[in-house]
Write a protein that binds this ligand. Structure first.
Ligand code: NAP
Ligand code: GLV
Length: 313
């Protein structure tokens, strides 16, 4: 079995070493430009088009992340890039749900306990007590109730926060108020104090974080975007902060990454910026999941995490 690997900026030698341990029967190689030799499986993150195009022997492409938007964008721009018979399979959790829960819990409690405002007071050497936002009215709304969103929702609910979630199909999750589909979207947004985005980036979800939707949140709401930069209309966020409709935002993802030095977000003190680190791909966990799935596919068994190309996630 031949496996191609491609992950820019990663320690390729360490990945290939650990993949070889997990899949001792495999012939592994890191893809280099010009390599058109056949392979059975590809393990990739943001591959260039020429790595995938024309690879008719591929049985599956394993995406080294949860979001497959970059690969599907290649296919939209250059139809036929994805080999016809290859399944596209994403990572499911592999340690990302716990990281997301830590990140979002920190952001939400920072706003609820007003630590962001205490930092400003400290900078001004002012000793002043602020009343915390009442927990019971600090409603968190989570866009996306998939692998990551559901774990984040449960974690926040365990702090006593009122938590709502929104998805395409209806869900039932203990302790979480759930909303589904276009007809329930406005009811989901109504009165939300912290909007957390964990949707996949698809043509349907592009620019969903916009002025029209911010206006439906509680006045002085907060935004936490940890999904994709393309979900956010950046000018609408700056306007919403200027008007006070939004009080602050925590952003981990951006339309352009790295965020350019001249970008106005860097100069807005109410925006907290992290460099796409809310949930990192963990090598050990990622390889363990992919190896199990390659073994299952080799035995002719079905696997989970196969992307529905029409739906886009
Ligand atoms: P997932 O399991 O596929 O969950 C996606 C959720 O979004 C599902 O609940 C789905 O609804 C819902 N959804 C999709 N399209 C929708 C629409 N048009 N309207 C309403 N709901 C919609 O994905 P995941 O593993 O939780 O990951 C979510 C995203 O997080 C990834 O796609 C990626 O972009 C992002 N991410 C970011 C980082 C980072 O470091 N910043 C790390 C990992 C992942 P159904 O349940 O009804 O299908
Ligand atoms: C990271 O952004 C991922 O999609 O896993």
């Amino acid at each position: 079995m031949k496996i191609l690997f491609y992950m820019p900026h990663a320690d390729a030698a360490a990945w290939l070493r650990d993949l070889a341990r997990a899949l001792p029967a495999a012939e592994l190689r890191e893809w280099q430009p010009g390599d058109t030799e056949p392979a059975d499986f590809a393990i990739v993150w943001r591959p260039p088009r020429e790595m995938l195009a024309g690879r008719d022997t591929l049985r599956a492409i394993f995406n080294l992340g949860a979001g497959v938007d970059a690969i599907l964008a290649l296919e939209r721009e250059h139809p036929g890039t994805l080999p016809r018979n290859a399944s596209l399979i994403r990572l499911e959790d592999t340690g990302m749900a716990a990281q997301m829960a830590e990140y979002v819990t920190h952001a939400v409690l920072r706003y609820q306990r007003r630590f962001d405002e205490y930092q400003v007071l400290q900078n001004e050497r002012r000793w002043q007590v602020l009343a915390p936002h009442p927990l019971e009215s600090f409603t968190v709304g989570i866009l996306g109730l998939g692998v990551l969103g559901t774990h984040v929702a449960r974690t926040l609910a365990s702090f006593g926060l009122p938590v709502r979630g929104y998805s395409r199909s209806a869900k039932q999750i203990d302790g979480i108020a759930t909303f589904a589909g276009d007809t329930q979207f406005d009811a989901f947004l109504d009165g939300v104090k912290v909007l957390v985005n964990l949707l996949p980036h698809t043509p349907d979800t592009e620019s969903m974080l916009n002025a029209r939707n911010f206006a439906k949140l509680a006045h002085g709401a907060y935004l936490v975007n940890i999904a994709r930069g393309a979900h956010l209309v950046e000018a609408d966020l700056l306007d919403a902060l200027a008007s006070g409709q939004l009080a602050a935002a925590t952003l981990d993802v951006f339309r352009e990454e790295p965020l350019p030095a001249a970008h106005p977000f860097w100069r807005e003190p109410r925006i907290t910026i992290t460099p796409h680190i809310s949930a990192l791909t963990l090598r050990e966990e990622g390889i363990a999941q992919i190896a199990l799935k390659i073994d299952a596919l080799t035995r002719g068994e079905p696997v989970s995490g196969v992307v529905n190309l029409a739906r886009g996630y």
